[in-house]
Design a protein around this ligand. Structure first.
Ligand code: HPA
Length: 253
């Protein structure tokens, strides 16, 4: 089953027919909120708002382990994660969408693995390609079917937050090869890998990163809000089509 993790601007899916909500407890504590079971174009999906339904959980306090564990427990084997980001390179301007193919993890102090000492012999999971290729391709195909422009690839810098970056930090990320910056890409992507869930993300570029373009002298919340609504309506359309791809009869475009 497909799981959708919504970030800033996507705390609910307006096109989701909600069947029920389920409060879940996991060995890692509580997820960001109840799992929302519903139908998108007649197909069952589970939605979870990463920052809580009232958007009250900051990126460094999200219980990523509980979120992923809960989704897996209820049958999710594929996840599309929606994450707002700032655009670093000129190919990722505010108002655009991207499907990253790589990431660099700059976060610290987050519970980043299900692996604990003493349980089983230590293994080191491959993470050369942090995103699931099949899921990435499905997202790109869905976007193309709906005529939604979306960039294929890009390196996602995952910063700690909750503050935005300094201009010098963005320069460093660029030197490292990053194209976009957000705060929630990790450990989410890796935890999905540990649970053998096919996971990919849609990067929603809501602002130029600090010191770049329109953010030369600062990042203004009003500017972010201005692009957010329009971007999220495109994201909703891509998600609908993503479901339609696996169940074409249920969701005429
Ligand atoms: N930096 C980090 N995270 C973000 C940004 C940004 O500029 N925009 C949206 N999420």
């Amino acid at each position: 089953m497909l799981g959708i993790i919504g970030g800033t601007g996507l705390t609910k899916l307006t096109n989701l027919e909600i069947a029920h909500r389920q409060v879940v407890r996991t060995p890692y504590g509580e997820p960001s909120g109840a799992l929302t079971f519903g139908r998108l174009c007649g197909t069952e999906v589970i939605f979870l708002a990463r920052h809580g339904y009232g958007h009250t959980i900051p990126p460094h306090e999200v219980n990523y382990r509980a979120n992923l564990w809960a989704l897996k427990e209820y049958g999710v084997d594929r996840i599309v994660s929606v994450a707002t980001v700032g655009g670093i390179s000129p190919e990722f301007p505010a108002g655009s969408l991207a499907v990253p193919d790589q990431l660099i993890d700059y976060t610290w102090g987050r519970a980043h693995t299900f692996t604990v000492s003493g349980e089983k012999p230590v293994t080191h999971l491959d993470f050369t390609e942090p995103y699931c290729g099949a899921m990435r391709r499905d997202i790109l195909r869905a976007a193309s079917q709906r005529d939604v422009a979306i960039r294929d690839g890009g390196v996602y810098a995952v910063s700690q937050g909750p503050r935005l970056e300094t201009a010098a930090e963005i320069n460093r990320f660029e030197r490292d090869g990053c194209d976009m910056v957000g705060m929630t890409g990790m450990p989410e992507a890796y935890l999905a890998r540990e649970l053998d869930i096919c996971y990919a993300a849609i990067g929603v570029v809501v602002n130029d990163a600090a010191g770049r373009g329109a953010s030369k002298t600062g990042i203004r919340e009003e500017d972010i809000q201005r692009v957010l609504n329009d971007l999220m309506s495109r994201v909703r359309s891509v998600l609908e089509e993503l479901v339609a791809l696996s169940h074409p009869e249920s969701c005429p475009a």
